[in-house]
Design a protein around this ligand. Structure first.
Ligand code: ATP
Length: 313
């Protein structure tokens, strides 16, 4: 029995020979949510999104978009769907305006709506300034924005994005994030699923998280629940030279330290406690005189993410 949600994945499975990339995955994406699709490298995110967008076939299972099974009737299922899943290819001699017009013609839009939509969308994806320049010379960030523009041409109510910020420089990432945020804030009937490895980006954009590992769903809930701060914090402690077992032993003996282990040339420490406990930890750490020159503190979401991945190995 389907829930009526815009994306509904039921017992989806993808095998490559003996290897199971997506393992009877069930996932139901809430209407109007912006869902971050997370998981470590090789978890099966791209494979799932490629099946959803009919770039590859599933071994078994079902994947419904707007109630229609992509595995059975992909054309109909993808009618109101915008996707940016693979690295986009463009005709380099066309301009963004010509490219969107071309897409509009392919999907059967009227000349009037192609005209109005093209300008509106180029504005939306911050490409109006380059609307009439040839794509051939554009940066990856600009191409990615045109790809998103293409995805918006059919006024989709579902958008599927596979790591939209992958390979972009920090400025390109910030621009894409801004565009997606505007899209989220200014749409009243839009469901987005977006895979990403960048947790601060996910915290900024998404209201839901679906985390998978080994092709299976680990957790799926509101970000406010998954990223809730229970006081557990992972910290990467940077020390001069190579950390030795003596240092780790002394850190482990500090109050409220749950674990401490070597992590490359750093020490991976988890502590539990409120802000005042954290202040005390920093003081105690300094007093150990082990040559600490920096500490990177994970956010509550990053700490939970790593814990869940560790548990699901
Ligand atoms: P990443 O975050 O690194 O992009 P992912 O979660 O998107 O990872 P997938 O690309 O879906 O992971 O890959 C899932 C698993 O399936 C990986 O172990 C990958 O090597 C394997 N895989 C993907 N495509 C193929 C293929 N065509 N043939 C064999 N194995 C494949």
């Amino acid at each position: 029995m389907l829930s009526g949600n815009p994306i509904e994945i039921v017992k989806l499975r993808k095998e490559y020979g003996e290897f199971v990339a997506v393992n009877d995955l069930d996932l139901s994406v809430k209407k109007n949510s912006f869902t971050g699709f997370l998981g470590p490298n090789g978890a099966g995110k791209s494979t799932t999104l490629k099946i959803l967008t009919h770039l590859i076939n599933a071994t078994s299972g079902e994947a419904y978009i707007n109630g229609i099974d992509v595995t059975k009737d992909p054309k109909k299922a993808l009618t109101n769907v915008g996707t940016v899943v693979e690295t986009p290819e463009f005709y380099p001699y066309l301009t963004p305006k010509e490219t969107l017009k071309y897409v509009g013609q392919i999907i059967g839009m009227s000349p009037e709506s192609i005209m109005s939509e093209t300008d509106r969308i180029l504005e939306k994806v911050k490409m109006a300034e380059w609307a009439d320049k040839r794509i051939g010379t554009f940066s990856k960030g600009m191409r990615q924005r045109i790809a998103l523009g293409q995805a918006l041409m059919n006024n989709p109510n579902v958008i599927i994005l596979d790591e939209p910020n992958s390979g972009l420089d920090p400025r390109g990432q910030a621009e894409m994030r801004e565009i997606l945020k505007n899209l989220r804030n200014n749409s009243n009937n839009l469901t987005v699923i977006m895979s990403s490895h960048v947790l601060h980006e996910v915290s900024d954009l998404c209201d839901r998280i679906a985390l998978i590992n080994h092709g299976k769903l680990i957790v799926h809930d509101d970000i406010s629940i998954i990223g809730k701060d229970d006081g557990t914090r992972r910290m990467i402690v940077k020390v001069e030279g190579i950390p030795d077992s003596g240092m780790i032993e002394r850190i482990l003996q500090l109050n409220n330290v749950v674990s401490a282990e070597r992590f490359g040339n750093d020490i991976d420490v988890t502590i539990k406690g409120d802000d005042s406990i954290r202040v005390k930890f920093y003081n105690d750490l300094g007093a150990l005189n082990i040559g600490v020159y920096g500490v990177n503190e994970d956010s509550a979401l990053e700490t939970t993410y790593l814990k869940l991945i560790k548990e699901s190995r």
